[in-house]
Design a protein around this ligand. Sequence first.
Ligand code: SAM
Length: 229
Amino acid sequence: MADFEPETGTLFIVSTPIGNLGDVSFRAVDVLTRVQLIAAEDTRKSRILLNRYKIKTPLTSFFSYNQKKKTSSILKRLKQGDDVAVISDAGTPGISDPAFYLVSRAIQENIGIVAVPGASALLTALVVSGIPTNRFVFEGFLPVKKGRKTRLQKLNEEERTIILYESPHRLLRTLKDIFNFLGNRNLVVARELTKKFEEVLRLPVEKAIEVFQNRNSIKGEFVLIIQGK
Ligand code: SAM
């Protein structure tokens, strides 16, 4: 046994691009290069970014299904004095992807946590939306089944700008629900932000339903910005 307690390492919450690999900060590259371990949601996807910036730090997977088990092993490394960075598939870890659980456990264990800020799809969409940015509420993904109707009924009373994330195969269903529960509000559909096929549609909900119903296929990643009541 060592005759001294090693200093604990630092847990870095590192934001990565939401598409365009140029949107990574110098500090993020520096931290990802220096830490002893990177915990990534999708190691295959993250390797593209790491290769681009010649980062050779070992990677381990950290996703929602293994987060409890992985959190224990990450905490162990931190307690041994290693610095660990967490990255997600895209954007800011902890925003609609795992990291929150790890952060809360690290706080309990008195481990230092440092955020390296960067891109997040919700703010990227909000600032180009033209819908008021002074007060907004981020709702993440709507519940798919249980609680969906109640959430939509509550959102109908919301006066602040509403931000939602949605996957391509649920987009139409969600647009129709927004129309039925919130009415024909002003809406912005932001698709594939920072990527080659980036698209920002500013239109009433009813028109958005028509636009996407007429497409052969709905592809990409979406943020919806809805005008408050
Ligand atoms: N942590 C990420 C962040 O900070 O934005 C969000 C992760 S969440 C699992 C993925 C969702 O974010 C997608 O389904 C989509 O709603 C949104 N998203 C991520 N990248 C996007 C992009 N380039 N354009 C539009 N929406 C995006």
